[in-house]
Write a protein that binds this ligand. Sequence first.
Ligand code: SF4
Ligand code: SF4
Length: 76
Amino acid sequence: MGIIDRIRARMRTKFININPHNCVACWKCMEACPKNVLGKIEFLGHRHVRISNGAACIGCKKCVRTCPEGCIRANE
Ligand code: SF4
Ligand code: SF4
């Protein structure tokens, strides 16, 4: 897997994609996800959600419904 694919894999699963721009690091999406697909980036002041185990995503979209900032969307 090339670096672009690796970066992409942190931001999307087969079912959903994350735009971390407006993420306020409330972690509500992580709490909502039944499959522990989501994880945290906490690095030099950057705090936002990422995909930590995309293969486990079942497409339930609980994360999409839970995010108060609209950062997570169903793939088209
Ligand atoms: S769609 Fe469901 S399983 Fe996939 S990341 Fe969101 S909450 Fe988790
Ligand atoms: S629920 Fe939304 S704002 Fe909160 S951590 Fe998840 S993506 Fe970020």
